[in-house]
Design a protein around this ligand. Structure first.
Ligand code: ADP
Length: 279
């Protein structure tokens, strides 16, 4: 019988959950990532901070294997990025076609497909996992709704539930709070806190420096190249941020604090000018 399901690659004992070694990506010869190396260990909560166009989404796409690097290596628990079910990807909401006719239940069950294969029907355990994921993402009341009719916050919670149903050990979240109102942001942050407490690792892309500094153990400052990698206190200095955001950062010294305002647009030409790799 033909099989449409391949077992996920074995995890190598003691290997980092995610490891990038000198990864570069170019779209039609335009570099989007250059020489990026870092590791994420089990359960770590790390923010990737950088302006629009810095390569954050590209970074996530190479980690899940949907974009191929032009050079360098990506390893998930010691092997290539394809077919790992331990990585749950929650893309930016504006990159999903919400007109797709599917209920919330269907979308969350899609998280199980990677585990059960395309041809097998979901069993009792799969249904239980979906129910549990919906509860954990505070979305159990939405199960029968069409995804296209949900609010932004509800959509975000449904995609979190899908990653949980997949039994992901680390979530890649691309700008999860962008465009959400404050109560919806709070709900998502609460869910992420719960996942952190359960040892689920998080790699979140954001251009919100304040949020990154408060919520994450470690920050990767990215602007095509990795400018810096370390705890927020060490990185969020005006000097470091200027190197990531260039002329798009306005430093406002105030009594007792430095406020950094980053504007959101960067043309490709301006990005990365004068940046160099730290360390
Ligand atoms: P970010 O997520 O930080 O905003 P992206 O990874 O989306 O950054 O984009 C990095 C650069 O790569 C940008 O210059 C963007 O225009 C370009 N880019 C991203 N995706 C593609 C693509 N599919 N084809 C061509 N260029 C792309």
């Amino acid at each position: 019988m033909p099989t449409f399901f391949r077992r996920p690659p074995e995890h190598r004992h003691n290997a980092p959950t995610i490891e990038l070694e000198r990864v570069s990506v170019a779209y039609a010869d335009r570099p989007a990532l250059e020489d990026v190396s870092f590791q994420l260990r089990k359960g770590e909560r790390v923010a990737v901070v950088g302006p629009n166009g810095a390569g954050k989404s590209t970074l996530f796409n190479v980690i899940v294997g949907t974009v191929k690097p032009s050079s360098g290596k990506i390893r998930i628990y010691g092997s290539g990025p394809a077919e790992h079910t331990c990585i749950g990807y929650v893309p930016q909401r504006n990159k999903i076609d919400w007109r797709f006719p599917a209920t919330v239940w269907d979308v969350v069950m899609m998280g199980r497909t990677a585990r059960i294969g395309l041809l097998r029907r979901p069993g009792r355990i799969d249904r239980q996992m979906v129910e549990q994921a919906l509860v954990e993402a505070q979305a159990e009341d939405l199960a029968r709704r069409q995804i296209g009719e949900l609010s932004g916050g509800q959509q975000q919670r449904v995609f979190l539930a899908r990653a949980l149903a997949q039994e992901a050990e680390v979530l890649l979240l691309d700008e999860p709070l962008t465009g959400l109102d404050t109560p919806s942001q709070q709900a998502v942050l609460e869910i992420l806190d719960g996942l952190g407490a359960r040892g689920i690792g998080i790699l979140v892309a954001t251009h919100d420096l304040g949020q990154a500094a408060q919520m994450y153990d470690r920050i990767l400052l990215l602007n095509r190249r990795l400018i810096a990698d370390g705890p927020p206190g060490q990185l969020l200095t005006s000097q470091m941020l200027s190197r990531a955001y260039g002329s798009h950062l306005h430093i406002l010294p105030t009594p007792g604090a430095t406020v950094a305002l980053a504007d959101e647009c960067c043309s490709d030409e301006e990005m990365g000018e004068g940046l160099e790799l730290v360390g």
